[in-house]
Design a protein around this ligand. Structure first.
Ligand code: DCP
Ligand code: MG
Length: 422
C-alpha cells in the first residue's frame, strides 16, 4: 500500500474484486515465423516489407529481441533497419555474424496462430477482450484469487507455449491499465502480478510515457514542467495540469494514480447479461442471500429490457469461500422479458445454497435474442463501462456481459443444471 498518497481520493480507485489478466505475445510475427522455421530461434530476425533488392520502400512489422539489440524496431523504415542490421546472405558458406534474417509479412499465417492462442484464452476466462492480433484482456476474477494469481498467470502462459509454441508476456492486476503495464514490464517472457493496493506504488517510478495517453509531445511538455515519472504526475497539482492540458490534464493525472474503473468487456455482441455482488464477509443467512438475489434479478431484468434483449435462460452464481464458483441455471421453452420470472427462478435456484456460507452471489440471463434488431452495445474499449451501485443490494453491484460459448451450453437443457462456468 503506498503510504500518504493512498489517502488521497483516486489513488485507490481500483476494484480489488476484479482480477484482470493481460496477455501480449512476444515479437509475435517473428515468433510465428520461428514456428515454421525453428532454425530462426535465437537469431536476429526482422519481419517486414521492402527488403528485397531494388525494393527499398517498406517498414518493419516486428523484430526479434535479438534484432532489437541492433536498434531495429517496429514501424522503422526498412532502409534504416537494413543499415542497422544488414540482411544475411543465407546461401553464403560463411554467414556474416552481424547480419540478420529478413522475412516477409504473412498475415494469414499469423492470424491462424493467433486463433489458436485466442481459443486458449477463451478457455481460461469467461470474458475475453481481444484488442489486437496478439493482445487480449481476460477477466479471471472467478477463475482465481489474489493468493494464487501468479500461478494462474503462469498456467495461461504455459498453456500458450506448450500448445501453440509461442511465448506470451502476462500481467495480472486489479485494473486493465495496470494489467497492461504489468505484461509489458518484464518482456519478453514476463509474468508480473500487481496486487490491489499496489498499483499507484508500481506506477510511481515509471516514466510518464508509460501512462496511457501520454505520447512524445505530451511527455516533452510534462518534462518542461519537471514531471518525469508517473509518480511526479500523480503528485502534481491537478489544477495546473488542467490549466495546461484542459480536461485531458485531469485524465492524465487520474491515470498516473492508477485510477481505472473499467471492466473487461468482451469483444463482439453480448450473449448474456449478469450482475453480481459481494458480501463484506461470507454470509449464511438465507434471507440475506435472497435479498441480494432479488435486487440483482431486478437489476439484470431492467438492464436486459433497456437493451431490448429477450432471454431464455436464467442462472445464479454462488461463490463459496475461498473461491469456489457454483452456478445453477434453468432454461425456458421460449424467449421472455419478464422481471418477475427472473426473480422467481433466481430465488428457487439460490435456495440450493441456503445452508452454505456464500461470499458473492450473481444473477445472469443468457440465450439472448434481440427481436428489434438493435444489438446491445456494451461499453467499448475506450468507453467507461456501465456499472450500477445498487444500494438495495447492500453492496457493490457489478455488471458484465459474458462469454457467448457458456450460454450455448445451456441451450437445450431444461431443469436445473450445473455449469463449470458462470
Ligand atoms: N505490428 C506491425 N506494425 C507495427 C506494430 C506491430 O505490423 N507498427 C505487428 C507485428 C507485431 C504484432 O503487430 O508482431 C504485435 O504487435 P506488438 O506491438 O505486440 O509487438 P510484438 O508482439 O512484435 O513485440 P512485443 O514483444 O514488444 O509485444
Ligand atoms: Mg506483442
Amino acid at each position: 500500500m503506498p503510504s500518504g498518497d493512498a489517502t488521497l481520493p483516486g489513488v485507490d480507485d481500483e476494484r480489488p474484486d476484479q482480477i484482470v489478466l493481460h496477455v501480449d505475445m512476444d515479437c509475435f510475427y517473428a515468433a510465428c515465423e520461428r514456428l515454421r522455421e525453428p532454425q530462426l530461434r535465437g537469431e536476429p530476425l526482422v519481419v517486414g516489407m521492402g527488403y528485397e533488392p531494388g525494393d527499398d520502400i517498406g517498414a518493419v512489422a516486428t523484430a526479434s529481441y535479438e534484432a532489437r539489440e541492433y536498434g531495429v524496431e517496429s514501424a522503422m523504415a526498412i532502409s534504416e533497419a537494413l543499415d542497422r542490421l544488414p540482411r544475411l546472405d543465407e546461401d553464403a558458406a560463411d554467414p556474416d555474424e552481424s547480419a540478420g534474417y529478413y522475412r516477409p509479412v504473412d498475415l494469414d499465417f499469423y492470424q491462424s496462430v493467433a486463433a489458436e492462442v485466442k481459443a486458449i484464452l477463451h478457455d481460461c476466462a469467461d470474458t475475453v477482450r481481444e484488442v489486437s492480433i496478439d493482445e487480449a484482456y481476460l477477466d479471471v476474477t472467478d477463475r482465481t484469487a489474489w493468493e494464487v494469481a501468479e500461478g494462474f498467470g503462469r498456467h495461461v502462459k504455459n498453456r500458450i507455449e506448450r500448445e501453440v509454441g509461442v511465448v506470451a508476456s502476462v500481467g495480472v492486476a486489479p485494473t486493465l491499465s495496470a494489467a497492461k503495464v504489468a505484461s509489458d514490464y518484464d518482456k519478453p517472457d514476463g509474468l508480473v502480478v500487481i496486487e490491489p493496493g499496489e498499483v499507484a506504488e508500481f506506477f510511481a517510478p515509471l516514466s510518464v510515457e508509460e501512462v496511457h495517453g501520454v505520447g512524445p509531445v505530451t511527455a516533452r511538455t510534462l518534462r518542461e514542467l519537471g514531471i518525469e515519472t508517473a509518480g511526479d504526475l500523480a503528485a502534481a497539482d491537478p489544477h495546473e495540469l488542467v490549466d495546461r492540458f484542459g480536461d485531458r490534464g485531469r485524465e492524465l493525472y487520474d491515470r498516473a494514480r492508477g485510477a481505472d474503473t473499467r471492466e473487461v468487456t468482451p469483444t463482439g455482441d453480448p450473449k448474456s447479461l449478469s450482475r453480481e455482488s459481494a458480501f463484506a464477509d461470507a454470509v449464511e443467512d438465507p434471507e440475506r442471500k435472497r435479498e441480494q438475489v432479488r435486487a440483482l434479478a431486478e437489476a439484470v431484468a431492467t438492464r436486459a429490457q433497456s437493451k431490448g434483449a429477450l432471454y431464455r435462460t436464467i442462472g445464479v452464481k454462488a461463490v463459496t469461500p475461498p473461491y469456489d464458483v457454483n452456478t445453477r441455471e434453468r432454461s425456458l421453452p421460449g424467449p421472455i422479458d419478464d422481471a418477475d420470472l427472473v426473480e422467481e427462478i433466481a430465488l428457487e435456484l439460490i435456495a440450493e445454497f441456503d445452508d452454505d456460507r456464500v461470499r458473492k452471489v450473481g444473477v445472469r440471463v443468457s440465450n439472448l435474442s434481440f427481436p428489434a434488431g438493435e444489438q446491445a452495445r456494451l461499453g467499448g474499449w475506450d468507453q467507461e463501462t456501465e456499472r450500477d451501485d445498487s444500494e438495495a443490494a447492500g453492496g457493490q453491484v457489478e455488471s458484465s456481459a459474458d462469454d457467448p460459448d457458456r450460454s450455448a451450453l445451456a441451450d437445450d437443457r431444461s431443469g436445473q443444471s450445473s455449469l463449470t462456468d458462470f
